[in-house]
Design a protein around this ligand. Structure first.
Ligand code: J2J
Length: 535
């Protein structure tokens, strides 16, 4: 079984020749900064600050200890850490050891974690003792049973030293052991897919492709050693990791300032204390920041740019960013599978307010196609297809899904409906994938529907995206049932299956009969028009 679909040789050659792929490992940026500016602050995490030198030493120490403990390059890891400096130290350590992690979101629960473990069969788990799943050893035992090769579990803030992640990061005396040689065309780690299918798909990202996307992003966003970047979204998310995200900031020698949530009360204070110059937000968080600023909460003067991406961003709110927050706006439209678009700092205000930017690379081949597969004219709405130097050619071990998500030429179908203007700028106007984008958090309708259907009294279920003024969209479950069930019972039924809370439907609607299409599938279009017309 092929775990990962490589780029065809002629594409790989071209990407190397153009200088996109440098055949350097993804942690090279850290090694470089640690030698150029060892004492500069790389990460600010609450009251703690970590220099580049400290990050480098701690990540090498963890890498060496993992190898000492019997792990080896090519092994898989499942990691679940909150927005703490240890997340980056762990990430770099695993890259150095050649161990490939998936970095789960902190709000993932048993169902998601179990799915990652089933798929990756990890040898290593790194999690947090404070997380509800890992307060005792019960869930760890379940994971060990599901992945017989899982032989080491380390925990952030564990009592004692044996399994304490921080203890494993202490400087390591043994300098004889060598870190493995990394082949930069290999998978560096697995990114999470927003997904539209029943099980979450894993996205294999190579050192070469990811490094290029980060380097080009840092350049487009003009990051410098003076950049102070606020990361208030979940640190593993592709957006704040790579667009240009924390890795882009490390590449430029700047500082990443961590916050637990984009709550303006927290963030405005953190930004003021650390003179933050740039923040990455989702549209719903921009709404909260604008409201707070209007209510008189002072926006730190240091803030020069707010990036907005992850979900559709209303033009009226976009216009309020410079006006109310007093800083520049940059729109970002990206996906963990690859393609990332930015509005550029030199673009006209109109363009920045009304488009989601243009691709990073001259070799991002973006096509806008109608449903018959024909290319659309500029300005026409169509489906986004893309291939390029940092867009994957296949999901991990998903032959069947890959057959529909990619075409015969290797173009990836993102499921977004876009319009492209004559200069290549994109506007996201909708989607064809069956997904709910709840304030930037992606929910695959099929996954939640399958869980609801396990309830004995549910006959059929459809999860719809309900427009919401605060989050953009919310989940609305429409059900046909055998006998009356209270929403609270349905929620309990879902939580009982270990699903992350953000996937719980915000609303349940009960109807007598599902409208069906000619081929007998649930007709969501008709369902939407009847359910939402009644509001
Ligand atoms: C509308 N929809 C958007 C936007 C993403 C940078 C920024 C975001 C992501 C991300 C990312 C959107 N307007 N500006 O990985 O590197 C929706 C689209 C897209 C999906 C991808 C990055 N920006 N979206 O959000 O993998 O539907 O990545 O296909 O989580 O989010 O989701 P995800």
């Amino acid at each position: 079984m092929t775990d990962y679909t490589p780029w065809p040789a002629e594409f790989a050659d071209n990407y190397r020749q153009k200088g996109y792929w440098r055949d350097e490992p993804l942690f090279q940026m850290l090694t470089e900064q640690a030698s150029v500016r060892p004492d500069a602050v790389a990460v600010i995490c609450g009251e703690r600050q970590f220099s580049y030198g400290q990050l480098d030493v701690a990540s090498t120490a963890l890498a060496l200890r993992l190898l000492d403990a019997g792990l080896s390059a090519g092994d898989h890891a499942v990691v679940q850490l909150p927005n703490r400096a240890e997340f980056y130290i762990t990430f770099f350590a695993l890259l150095k050891a050649g161990i490939r992690p998936v970095n789960a979101l902190y709000n993932h629960r048993a169902l998601e974690m179990g799915a990652y473990v089933d798929q990756l069969q990890p040898a290593l788990l790194i999690a947090a003792r404070a997380h509800p799943l890992f307060g005792d050893g019960v869930f760890e035992a379940q994971l060990r049973a599901a992945s017989p090769g899982l032989h080491l579990c380390l925990y952030l803030d564990d009592a004692g030293d044996a399994c304490n992640l921080q203890a494993w990061m202490r400087p390591h005396a043994d300098t004889n052991r060598k870190l493995p040689q990394i082949d930069a065309s290999d998978v560096a780690f697995f990114q999470l897919s927003g997904g539209s299918t029943g099980t979450p798909k894993l996205i294999p990202r190579t050192h070469n492709d990811y490094e290029y996307s980060v380097r080009a992003s840092a350049d487009i966003c003009a990051l410098t050693p003076d950049t102070r970047f606020l990361c208030a979204l979940p640190a593993p998310h592709n957006y704040v990791l790579s667009s240009p995200g924390a890795l882009g900031v490390f590449m430029a020698g700047g500082s990443v300032v961590l916050a637990d949530s984009p709550d303006p009360t927290l963030c405005f204070d953190v930004m003021a204390r650390h003179s933050v110059t740039m923040a990455a937000l989702v549209p719903s968080a921009v709404g909260l920041w604008v409201e707070a600023a209007r209510a008189g909460m002072p926006v730190p003067k240091s803030l020069g740019v707010v990036q907005v991406g992850g979900a559709s961003f209303a033009e009226t709110l976009a216009r309020q960013v410079p006006e109310i927050l007093g800083c520049k706006l940059q729109q970002v439209f990206g996906m963990a599978e690859g393609l990332v678009n930015y509005t550029r700092h030199g673009d006209s205000a109109e363009r920045v307010f009304t488009t989601q930017g243009r691709p990073i690379s001259a070799d991002d081949e973006v096509q806008v196609r109608d449903s018959a597969g024909n290319q659309c004219a500029p300005g026409e709405t169509g489906q986004l297809w893309v291939r390029g130097p940092y867009t994957i050619r296949g999901y991990y071990r998903s032959a069947e899904h890959n057959a529909s998500a990619f075409d015969g030429q290797g173009f990836y179908h993102s499921g977004d409906l876009v319009q492209r203007d004559a200069d290549g700028y994109l506007r996201v106007v909708g989607r064809v994938k069956d997904q709910i984008n709840r304030g930037g958090e992606k929910i695959a309708a099929e996954e939640v529907e399958a869980l609801i259907l396990r309830h004995p009294d549910v006959i059929s279920a459809a999860l719809l995206a309900q427009p919401d003024s605060r989050l953009g969209e919310k989940g609305c479950a429409v059900l046909v049932v055998r006998k009356a069930i209270r929403p609270v019972e349905l929620r309990r039924h879902l939580i009982g299956q270990g699903v992350a809370e953000y996937k719980l439907p915000d609303r349940f609607v009960f109807i007598d009969e599902m409208p069906l299409t000619a081929v007998g599938k649930i007709d969501k279009r008709r369902l939407r028009s009847t359910v939402f017309a009644e509001n």
